[in-house]
Design a protein around this ligand. Structure first.
Ligand code: SAH
Length: 238
């Protein structure tokens, strides 16, 4: 495997210990040992080259040899706000959106939402984001936050230059996605979709309604389709 192995570590100093799951994976699965080079990242957007010095009890001791800003991140921030989905669908969306490069993920409850969030589910989603970031070589783990209402989502999205609201009953798009430039906030509903009042409130908050075509997509399809189109139109795939 040509790629240097990468590990997420909470606090990176000149001497850093690889512990817990990362340690077990490095030792038992990857069979790394003293002298091997690895890359560490802490979610800050920088990545650190390091060398394993020695194995201690339950840890690999590493020395950081250099650091640089990661080149894996999107140049333009894209935030995805998605209604809470049933089963493991929200996890699926968090994983795929992280791979596609989103800067943050908001999971919200809205009128027709029938899935509920709690602390454990949020912690699980944050873990999914961390693992997805590690797997796809990102140096930044997108923050995953929970919003109790669409009003909270609108407040969180206030500073974004582009605000797009995927509305299943919008007849046309009020924004030209092909001309997209600058930070984007994308809102996609849950399985239950949106009410006309919610769409009107989004428009009043500065969101442009966008259609994703003539068919009704499942929420998770809609979320990943809109993120993909946005990152493409922002020039991230060139
Ligand atoms: N239950 C709704 C569908 C919800 S689809 C109904 O029966 O009409 C879930 C979410 O995916 C929607 O809220 C919307 O954000 C997005 N979505 C799905 N299809 C879409 C489309 N054709 N255009 C825009 N958004 C769409």
């Amino acid at each position: 495997m040509a790629t240097t192995r990468r590990f997420f570590v909470e606090n990176i100093g000149r001497e850093t210990l690889l512990t817990g799951e990362a340690y077990r994976h490095a030792k038992n699965v990857l069979r790394l040992r003293a002298g091997d080079e690895i890359v560490l990242f802490d979610g800050s957007g920088r990545e650190y080259t390091a060398v394993i010095n020695a194995e201690q009890k339950g840890a690999l001791a590493c020395t950081v040899t250099g650091s640089a800003p990661s080149e894996k991140e999107c140049k333009t921030p894209v935030a995805l706000f998605c209604g809470a989905l049933k089963g493991d669908k929200t996890e699926w969306v968090v994983q795929k959106a992280t791979e596609l490069g989103v800067s943050e993920i908001g999971v919200f409850e809205s009128r027709y939402c029938s899935a509920f969030m709690n602390e454990n589910k949020l912690a699980r989603l944050q873990k999914v984001a961390r693992e997805a970031a590690q797997q796809c070589l990102r140096a930044t783990v997108p923050a995953v936050r929970f919003y109790r209402s669409l009003v909270e989502v609108f407040a969180a999205a206030a500073g974004f230059e582009n605000k797009l609201f995927a509305c299943e009953f919008a007849q046309k798009s009020d924004a030209d996605l092909r001309a997209l430039q600058g930070p984007c906030a994308l809102v996609v509903g849950s399985e239950g979709g949106f009410s006309p009042e919610e769409f009107a409130a989004a428009q009043a908050a500065g969101f442009a309604g966008v259609t994703l075509g003539k068919r009704i997509l499942r929420a998770e399809t809609a979320a990943i389709a809109l993120v993909s189109v946005a990152v493409f139109c922002l020039g991230e795939w060139q």
